[in-house]
Design a protein around this ligand. Sequence first.
Ligand code: MTE
Ligand code: MO
Length: 263
Amino acid sequence: MSRLIVNRRRFLLGSAAAGSGLVLSGCNQFDFLAQRGNPVREVIEQANVLTYSAQRALIGDQVLAREYAESEIRQGMKPNGSTEPSTPEYMFLRQANFEPYRLTIKGMVEREVSFSLAELRNMPSRTQITRHDCVEGWSCIAKWTGTPLGPVLDQAGVKPGARFAVYHCFDNIQRTVSGDILYYTSSDLVDAYHPQSILAYGLNDEVLPVSNGAPLRLRIERALGYKQPKYLHTIEIVDDLSPFGRGKGGYWEDNGYDWYGGI
Ligand SMILES: Nc1nc2c(c(=O)[nH]1)N[C@H]1C(S)=C(S)[C@@H](COP(=O)(O)O)O[C@H]1N2
Ligand SMILES: [Mo]
């Protein structure tokens, strides 16, 4: 089984790299791939659906990601992607030491709820030492402390028919002529309710630093780095990902990365 997963990971890394090259190069020869209804694109999309269901069938729903010993933490957590968000909303919260921060849960829920950091820290916590794998080809073992997401979602009451959680972040990952693009990603509810899915406010026994996503970032331990949203402010429960961004369920997903991003 591990061989299968390794092979799948290689495949993923390959397809992610090809996907981003495709978007960034803007090469005419390949542009047609990005058009909806294109048969090649549909084949690629089907492949993603297949790997998703194949992986769910292979490893089951609630299998834990490997956890490591303290002695295996070799270096600090390498900051990547956005490391210092510059949106006014974030800069305001940062200078106020994140006192006014609230995490909001909305969408297909019985009641919209929001929590301050103090409230989240007072809920049961979980600490885990796990390995973060970025598609750029590096990994880091780090110790994360936070509140399990499942019980937080239960306080909002997820409605029947809901399928995904969309994670909205403060940072402007990309600036364009038509405005800032804010980072977002998403998961299914199986990953949202996974026992290692935590709203992390602590990293390696310290308060989570700004460069790694302060005040709150989600860990989804069986997924690649781009599925670990930093600077999280809202979780939206939905049954359809198409209304967000370019409809692929995340910033990097919109740029060609696999939606599931499992490892
Ligand atoms: N909001 C936000 N979340 C993000 C990113 C980002 O740029 N913005 N980058 C992603 C990527 S590609 C990686 S590898 C990890 C990096 O997390 P770190 O800075 O704690 O290493 O965060 C992920 N989550
Ligand atoms: Mo990454």
